[in-house]
Design a protein around this ligand. Structure first.
Ligand code: CA
Ligand code: CA
Length: 331
């Protein structure tokens, strides 16, 4: 065969093959990858990917604790620790927002030791020694509000110092009396019941009031113990310039073995729910305030449980299982 004929024959064959290819791509298109490599490849360690985790440093060794939301560099981050059973442990942490004179959130957790009830409420209010702009007693005088704990006194009764630290004014929010003692208290008791039930080895909590939604130009309907009606100005501040949240929230993450479950609560700050210290809201009312963490993040602008590996975080935050929790208060 002459070189020219050979070339023509090759061209014909190629044309034929190309024509056939339109009918049966498998004959002409070589497999790009062997079949066993067509599955998505999961590189080792992918389950541990954690793009939004905090970084701990010497001054803030607990920043990677699961209770701590993604830190905001604009705020002052403080870890209150205590020495317990010869170990320095995180009692609770908070982020202080200077111009609102209110914490963005407080975070803490319960394990088999920190869930214990060993001491009584100490009741000694004091400025936060870590925060120079901490409010004082005078900032809460005659404003028509209770001094509402964020991390509740009853959350930290495993140790005397731990309880004393909950009385720092940075852990306090101006709360309407009937809300504090009649409504929010049931949420706090439910959390404490879960934390002390023995059902979970660890319960992580972030709690606070919404600083992105303040109660503005508000006058309440019921007087506080100081004889005044609660009031806020157009900026959502009390008469002493403390921010007054329009909602309070809890983000709860429970761990048992390798299993995590999470749930959020967002509760409007009102004084007309019809409950009081002597007539506290029944637990049945609480379920209506339950939401998933994704929704709570959208409402608060915070990123909870950022220190979880991203895959686990996405899973636990997307939904909450009402039946996975026991709706009973024993605290
Ligand atoms: Ca998150
Ligand atoms: Ca994460």
């Amino acid at each position: 065969m002459t070189p020219l004929k050979s070339l023509l024959l090759s061209l014909c064959l190629l044309t034929l093959l190309a024509a056939c290819g339109g009918d049966d791509p498998t004959e002409t298109l070589p497999p790009v990858t062997p079949p066993d490599e067509e599955e998505p490849i999961i590189p080792p360690g992918d389950d541990e990917d954690n793009a939004n985790a905090n970084e701990a440093d010497e001054a803030h060794p607990f920043a990677t604790d699961l209770s701590i939301p993604h830190l905001d560099a604009e705020n002052q981050y403080v870890e209150h620790t205590v020495s317990f059973r010869e170990q320095e442990i995180l009692n609770y942490a908070l982020e202080w927002v200077e111009d609102k004179r209110h914490a963005a959130w407080v975070a803490f957790s319960f394990d088999s030791e920190t869930c214990q009830k060993n001491v009584n409420r100490t009741n000694t209010w004091m400025p936060d020694p870590f925060i120079s702009s901490s409010p004082q007693e005078s900032d809460h005088k005659s404003d028509g509000f209770d001094k509402g704990h964020l991390c509740a006194s009853e959350d930290r009764v495993y140790n005397r110092t731990a309880n004393e630290q909950t009385f720092y004014y940075t852990n306090i929010s101006p709360q309407m009396t009937s809300f504090n003692g009649g409504y929010w208290v049931t949420f706090e008791k439910l959390l404490q019941t879960w934390a002390r039930s023995g059902a979970y080895e660890h319960v992580y909590v972030t709690k606070g009031g919404t600083l992105n939604h303040l109660l503005t130009n508000f006058t309440g309907t019921q007087k506080a113990a100081d004889g005044r009606l609660p009031q806020t100005d157009a900026d959502g501040l009390t008469n002493h310039g403390l921010a007054c949240p329009a909602y309070y929230f809890m983000a709860i993450l429970a761990k048992q073995g390798e299993n995590y479950q999470a749930i959020g609560f967002l509760v409007e700050h009102r004084d007309d729910y019809g409950y009081s210290n002597d007539h506290q809201a029944p637990v049945e009312l609480i379920q209506a305030h339950a939401i998933n963490i994704d929704e709570l993040e959208a409402q608060t602008g915070l990123d909870f449980f950022c220190n979880l590996p991203d895959k686990t975080e996405a899973q636990v935050e997307a939904t909450y299982e009402e039946n996975a929790w026991e709706w009973k208060v024993t605290e």
